[in-house]
Design a protein around this ligand. Structure first.
Ligand code: PEP
Ligand code: MG
Length: 314
C-alpha cells in the first residue's frame, strides 16, 4: 500500500501512517500553485524534500499532468484549451510539445534521484511511439547531466495506463518500461465518455461498470511480470476494493485519508475467494449488478467498514 500525494509535506505523513512509499506524487500542483513554471533548481529543492520525507521508501514522481482540467492561471506554460480539454494538449502530449518545460522537470527528478529512491512516471501515455520519444528525452537529460558532472541517478521509468488504447495494448507498453501504474480516474472517464469534472454526469463515472472491469482484466493479464500499481481512486472505493484485488492488483496507491480503510479492508479479505468474485463481476451487465454481487458476497466481512464509510445506502 502506497500513498497519492499532492503536497511535499504529505510524503512524511503518508509513510508515518504505514504507506510503503509515495505511489503517485502529482507534481503539477507545484506548477499550479505558482504563476509560472518553477525552474529546475526550484523543482530540485522540492523533490529532495519529498524524497527526504519518504526516505528510505520510494517516491513515484508523475511528470506534470497539466492541461485538461489542470490549467495554470498564467505564465509561459499555459496550455491552450480546446473544445474538449481532456482530449487535447494535456500531460505527456504537452510535455512533448514543450521540451523546455519537460527537460527542466526531468533533470530535476534525475538530480533528486541521487539522494533517494526516485521513480519517474509518465501520464496519459497513449501509444508506444510517444513513450519512446519521452524515454529518449529522459536519456538525453541523463547524458547531459553526466557531461556537466552533476550528481544524478538513472531512475526507473514508468507509464500510466489511463487511456483505453494503452490498456488494450498494455503488453506492448510493459515491454518498454520498468513499471506501470493504472489511473482509473481517467480510464473511467475515457472508457465511459464521462467528463470527470462535469457535475451533471459525474454519477455516470462508475468504476464498477463491467466495461471498465473488462479493461482492467486485460491490463492485469497484459502487464505480465512488470510491476503494476493501481493509483486511481477506484483502489480506495470501498465496494470496488475486493474486485480490484480479485482482478489481481496487489500494489495500491491511495489518497492519504483512505490508507486506514484500505489497510483494514485488505486485512479482512481472503484473497483466494476474490478471483471468483472478479470473474463473476466481469460477466455482469451493469455496475448496479456488480455492486449487488459484492454486497451479497462480502457484507458479512466488509459490512461494518462500509457503514463506517457511509455507503450503505448506495
Ligand atoms: C487517474 O487518472 O486515475 C490518476 C491517478 O491521475 P489523476 O487523477 O491525477 O488524473
Ligand atoms: Mg489521470
Amino acid at each position: 500500500m502506497l500513498a497519492n500525494i499532492e503536497l511535499p509535506s504529505e510524503a512524511a505523513a503518508a509513510c508515518a501512517q504505514g504507506a510503503a512509499g509515495v505511489g503517485l506524487y502529482r507534481t503539477e500542483f507545484l506548477f499550479l500553485e505558482r504563476g509560472a513554471a518553477p525552474d529546475e533548481d526550484a523543482q530540485l529543492e522540492v523533490y529532495r524534500e519529498v524524497l527526504r520525507g519518504a526516505a528510505p521508501s520510494p517516491v513515484v514522481f508523475r511528470t506534470f499532468d497539466l492541461g485538461g482540467d489542470k490549467v495554470p492561471s498564467g505564465g509561459a506554460h499555459r496550455a491552450a484549451v480546446g473544445q474538449n480539454p481532456a482530449l487535447g494538449l494535456r500531460a505527456l502530449r504537452l510535455a512533448l510539445r514543450r521540451p523546455d518545460l519537460f527537460r527542466a522537470q526531468v533533470r530535476a527528478i534525475l538530480r533528486a534521484g541521487a539522494e533517494g529512491d526516485a521513480r519517474l512516471l509518465l501520464p496519459l501515455v497513449t501509444n508506444v511511439e510517444e513513450l519512446r520519444l519521452a524515454r529518449s528525452i529522459v536519456e538525453s537529460c541523463a547524458r547531459e547531466l553526466e557531461a556537466e558532472g552533476r550528481a544524478h541517478a538513472r531512475v526507473p521509468l514508468g507509464a500510466m495506463v489511463e487511456v483505453p488504447a494503452a490498456a488494450l495494448l498494455v503488453d506492448r507498453l510493459a515491454a518498454e518500461v520498468d513499471f506501470l501504474s493504472v489511473g482509473t480516474n481517467d480510464l473511467v472517464q475515457y472508457t465511459l465518455a464521462v467528463d470527470r469534472c462535469d457535475p451533471d454526469v459525474a454519477s455516470l463515472a462508475d468504476p464498477l461498470d463491467p466495461a471498465v472491469l473488462a479493461l482492467l482484466r486485460i491490463v492485469a493479464a497484459g502487464a505480465g511480470e512488470r510491476e503494476i500499481t493501481m493509483c486511481g481512486d477506484m483502489a480506495a472505493d470501498p465496494l470496488a476494493l475486493p474486485v480490484v484485488l480479485g482482478i489481481g492488483f496487489r500494489r495500491l496507491s491511495v489518497p492519504l485519508a483512505s490508507l486506514p480503510f484500505v489497510a483494514e479492508g485488505v486485512r479482512r479479505l481472503d484473497g483466494a475467494s476474490l478471483a471468483a468474485l472478479a470473474a463473476d463481476a466481469a460477466r455482469a451487465s451493469s455496475a448496479a449488478e456488480v455492486r449487488a454481487l459484492v454486497r451479497e458476497r462480502l457484507s458479512g466481512v466488509l459490512g461494518s467498514l462500509w457503514t463506517e464509510q457511509g455507503i450503505d445506502g448506495r
